[in-house]
Design a protein around this ligand. Structure first.
Ligand SMILES: [Zn+2]
Length: 127
């Protein structure tokens, strides 16, 4: 496929290729309204929210899969976590113990970085 020489304009709201008048910016009124509303709200793009939510849920799933039922903790290497699709940049909160250890949580599952790229996987205890 080769790119067309003529300039292709796309809808500001949905990205669809536009045909017709040169000054057209949107497919239709629906897209125009959508775009204007988004501008007004300075909204986070819905796709971004969805991606981050999915990553957080995926992280939780990975941690849960590494922690056997009935066990309080488990250990895993960084490699293993990455192989399972864990994204270290996504977490819901950090818990710092009185001794200064930092547990990184994705909802009710978390991890504590250990030496040599090992991680201690934990489940939040309800108290
Ligand atoms: Zn459109």
């Amino acid at each position: 496929m080769t790119a067309p020489k003529t300039e292709t304009r796309t809808c500001l709201a949905c990205g669809a290729v536009l045909r017709g008048r040169i000054d057209k910016k949107y497919c239709n009124d629906y897209c125009r309204n959508n775009y204007n509303n988004l501008q007004k709200q300075q909204a986070v793009p819905p796709s971004l929210i969805k991606d981050i939510n999915n990553s957080l849920l995926k992280n939780r799933k990975v941690l849960a899969s590494l922690l056997p039922e009935g066990e309080d903790t488990a250990k895993a290497t960084k490699d293993k976590l990455l192989r399972l699709g864990f994204h270290f940049k996504y977490l819901t909160h950090i818990y710092t113990t009185q001794t200064g250890k930092k547990y990184y949580y994705c909802y009710d599952y978390g991890y504590l970085p250990l030496d040599n790229d090992w991680f201690l996987i934990v489940r939040k205890r309800s108290d």
